[in-house]
Design a binder for this molecule. Sequence first.
Ligand SMILES: Cc1cc2nc3c(=O)[nH]c(=O)nc-3n(C[C@H](O)[C@H](O)[C@H](O)COP(=O)(O)O)c2cc1C
Length: 379
Amino acid sequence: MTQTPRIPQLLEPARLGPLHLPNRLVMAPLTRNRAGADGVPQPLMATYYAQRASAGLIIAEAATPNAVGQTYPNIPAIHSQAHVDGWRRVTRAVRAAGGRMFLQLQHGGRVGHPDTSGLTPLAPSPVPLPETLHTPSGRRPAVVPREMTTRDIRSTVADFASAARNAVDAGFEGVEVHAANGHLLHQFLAGNTNRRGDAYGGPVAHRIRFVVEVVRAVTDAIGPDRVGLRVSPGNTVNGVREDDTDSIYPALVEALADSGPAYLHVVAADSDQPLFRTLRDGWPGTLIANPALGWGTPLPADGGRRAGERLLAAGADLIALGRAFIANPDLVERIRLGAPLNPVREAYQMYTGGETGYTDYPFLAPDHAGSGSPEPVGR
Ligand SMILES: Cc1cc2nc3c(=O)[nH]c(=O)nc-3n(C[C@H](O)[C@H](O)[C@H](O)COP(=O)(O)O)c2cc1C
């Protein structure tokens, strides 16, 4: 008699290293530009994240590991004591509300501007972002970044390790190294942004080297159980172009699989794509899949639930959702009840300061489960 394999569902518990997760829903990292100008997390951020503490895991928005890595104004950072103290207030609020949190570490590389950081951005090669950037003085054309020397590479790797220690000190369970979406680590992977002729450029084995060094330094600093890696194979955001994703990502996974981090987080994951299968087969740890729901198109009414279930059936362990968590602080409860989701409001509210579009999305009415009322109420 053949047995139907048991398919894990979104709301079943899971483990991530030593962590017990009450469900498989992960809040994806979401930059919201609500930190102070100095990168210090503000009290409103504690409210926002605590509202979403029922997620199995929260991956807090990209935080900068050093001054030159800053992308945009009001991005949080994690390289000073004031940053650590600000984040500690956030992690305490989330823990008090029953949640668990990783922090994403992001160096923007060429996605940065002297008007924002006061510094010339660093990148693998002096190839500017082919776009304008938001700065405190409005949108400005990107500048030509300075090509990183070997010494810059070494100190940047050390900055990631030090930022990871700071994150643990601030109360995070761990960190996610951001090698996705066209930021510095992705700029090393992609051929059009990495024109180096040294050990960090050229063939795939060289282009993955910087990412591998950063991940190893971070795992050495805080232990592999506390480290994740986010990748976005083939994603062209921020002007990166990879012509060889089928070689880069399997090579990266192979290089990190043995001594590697607790999880691999794949953006725009699609269970029908052979690369997704290859990465699943090659990665021995937890795989977080962020479903491909269509970027720039309205979020599906189910927020990504069905796409997430398909990915779980295809071997993902956890499902990360972004916009559904922005609009639904109680997303887990809504999915449990099959209740309707709040739609995302105007996109511009994502990156503006303040409560609007941030902490004012309504929770379900307390009597929803009993009455069956689909009406959400404010809280
Ligand atoms: C407002 C906003 C901010 C984002 N910030 C980040 C970020 O800081 N780091 C990151 O890796 N991805 C970031 N992303 C991408 C999301 O993590 C996620 O991959 C994307 O929203 C697709 O998931 P979804 O379809 O469930 O929203 C951001 C997306 C949005 C909408």
